[in-house]
Design a protein around this ligand. Sequence first.
Ligand SMILES: [Zn+2]
Length: 102
Amino acid sequence: MSDEINQPQHYTQWIECADFIESQNMGFFDGNAVKYITRYRHKGTPVKDLQKAKWYIERLIKQESKGAEEFSPGIVRCSKCLGVQFLKQGTDLVCLKCNELN
Ligand SMILES: [Zn+2]
């Protein structure tokens, strides 16, 4: 009949989930968020599992926000003073802090 005893549904789903986490080279926070999202409907504690997923996602947001402040590839910084305010002149950017042409 059912393989609920040897391999409960949430367990086999967790194996697939673990393979996915490994294949994506996920870290502790994102891996755990994926784990809790994957199994929240199957362990009988959906709200608790979703709250755990939320906790891990919030840690990830905190971690990523900190990284963005330090050096984000999306933020252009002045090559001389590392300022972030520019005035665009044609195709050039002039730093408003030190007037360096970037
Ligand atoms: Zn500058």
